[in-house]
Design a protein around this ligand. Structure first.
Ligand SMILES: [Zn+2]
Length: 341
């Protein structure tokens, strides 16, 4: 009988839990920049602009990449590094022009990080929650179907090589090129996510067609107890009268129609904090009262600032070039060759 339960548990793990874990890892690689740590970067970069390193193209022909797990710093050619980044950041079956846009965004982000370093002996690290997602070629290939490995890698190398040297500038300087998975149709201003001040090239823009992607809609359903439990992580004295319909209510929206403030009983909580505490995919949500549960119906995936990856893919499907895509998501910018600035 013991053996039966052992095999039973093992098969449950292999059939259900393991695939779920693997799926989770895969999804995470496509939602880089979608993290709270970026807040520190954003504020630090805006406030300490005098700390910037002098720009030196020769130096950034290669970059010093810190491997977070081992602490080893590897010097690697910029475009080689970018193949590992782009293949970690965007699905390889996206349109060529979307992948080119992602290459230029990742190159710009890398140069920006190298100019505004976070690590002492390295330009950037391989941790998506700290700097930018990166996978080894071997790991990347092993996650693709065998028949697609060679063509997918070739596609990634081509988009990086065909945009080689291209970066996005505003006022002659590389921009802080934020991006996210799915905007839900409208992008967001950085001030509504991280506070501080806005940047002229990060404005609210709309993109049609993002609803066709799996990242567009999601929901989180919580029992009353679960909701209280999650909010208690931050607000230990939280009290909600579930009989009173006014006790859970969205009070304010941002200009991009994301939730700015929610009333939960005796507290008013920002949309950004609600997203973190309840594990929502974005701050673009509705709250629906069900009999015993509270349903959060969410649009989009990520912070919503800068380029939407699914929006980029949709634009490419409709015939936009990577330059059109970048100019759509970043306002008033120029795409320049790295050695022209
Ligand atoms: Zn880092």
């Amino acid at each position: 009988m013991k053996k039966f339960w052992l095999y039973f548990s093992l098969s449950i793990f292999v059939c259900f839990i393991l695939p779920a874990l693997l799926t989770k890892i895969e999804v995470k690689t496509y939602s880089e920049n979608d993290n709270i740590l970026e807040k520190q970067d954003y504020i630090q970069n805006e406030e300490n602009s005098s700390n910037k390193n002098e720009y030196d193209y020769q130096k950034y022909g290669t970059i010093k990449l810190l491997h977070k797990n081992t602490g080893e710093v590897e010097e690697v050619a910029l475009d080689t590094y970018l193949c590992n980044v782009v293949s970690a950041e965007m699905p390889a079956d996206y349109e060529i022009e979307a992948l080119k846009a992602q290459s230029v965004v990742a190159r710009t982000y890398t140069i920006y990080k190298a100019q505004n370093p976070k690590h002492e002996n390295a330009d950037i690290c391989d941790d998506s929650t700290c700097c930018q997602a990166w996978v080894t070629k071997e790991t990347r290939l092993s996650r693709w179907e065998e028949s697609k490995r060679e063509s997918n890698w070739q596609k990634i190398e081509n988009v990086v090589n065909q945009t080689s040297g291209k970066i996005i500038t505003y006022d002659g300087k590389p921009i802080n090129a934020f991006f996210h998975a799915n905007s839900g149709g409208t992008t967001e201003l950085p001030v509504n996510v991280w506070g501080g001040s806005n940047l002229p090239y990060l404005q609210i823009v709309e993109t049609a067609g993002e609803e066709g992607y799996t990242q567009y809609s999601s929901e989180v359903i919580l029992s009353k107890d679960e909701l209280i439990e999650k909010l208690k992580e931050k607000y230990s004295d939280i009290q909600i009268n579930f009989e009173n319909s006014e006790d859970i209510k969205i009070l304010e929206y941002t200009d991009s129609n994301r939730v700015k403030t929610v009333k939960f009983g005796n507290h008013e909580i920002s949309g950004v904090e609600t997203r973190t505490l309840l594990g929502l995919k974005s701050t673009n949500f509705e709250i629906i009262r069900q009999d015993e549960n509270i349903k959060f119906s969410v649009k989009g995936y990520g912070h919503g600032v800068g380029m939407s990856q699914t929006g980029a893919d949709m634009m490419a499907k409709q015939g936009s070039s990577y330059e059109d895509i970048i100019k759509h998501f970043y306002t008033g910018i120029e795409i320049k060759n790295i050695n022209e600035i």
